[in-house]
Design a protein around this ligand. Structure first.
Ligand code: 5GP
Ligand code: ZN
Length: 111
């Protein structure tokens, strides 16, 4: 499949992995917007939030369940963090494989 994050999941494109299991991969964003900037993805290809269904929502829930564990593992969980999902063109989504940005290591003041 011609999907950047599927290629990262398959190991065809290198990434700095910070967490991996059967359902979820998390890696460092190549263009970090905070001291800690992790991208967490389901290993199942779902294009965007608009494509979540009753059948595939477990894949998304799996990512969410891992997010606090990833933040804790990297040492910024207790201080808090921000999770962002960009959906579609107006949402600023550039990679059409659903993902959650985990941003930490600083205090965010604006929305
Ligand atoms: P979006 O804009 O779709 O919400 O987020 C896509 C994110 O993927 C961006 O923050 C971008 O920096 C990151 N990204 C794009 N290409 C690569 C890559 O090849 N490797 C890694 N680690 N991150 C990437
Ligand atoms: Zn994909």
């Amino acid at each position: 499949m011609d999907c950047l994050f599927c290629k990262i999941i398959a190991g065809e494109i290198p990434s700095t992995k910070v967490y991996e299991d059967d359902a979820v991969l998390a890696f460092r964003d190549i263009n970090p917007q905070a001291p800690e900037h992790i991208v967490a993805v389901p290993k199942t290809h779902i294009e965007s939030a608009n494509d979540i269904t009753a059948q595939n929502v477990k894949c998304v829930a799996d990512v969410w369940e891992r997010i606090p564990k990833i933040a804790d593992k990297l040492g910024f969980g207790k201080d808090g963090y921000r999770v962002i999902n960009n959906c579609g063109e107006n949402g600023g989504q550039t990679v059409p494989h659903i993902h959650f940005h985990i941003l930490g290591g600083k205090k965010f003041t604006d929305l």
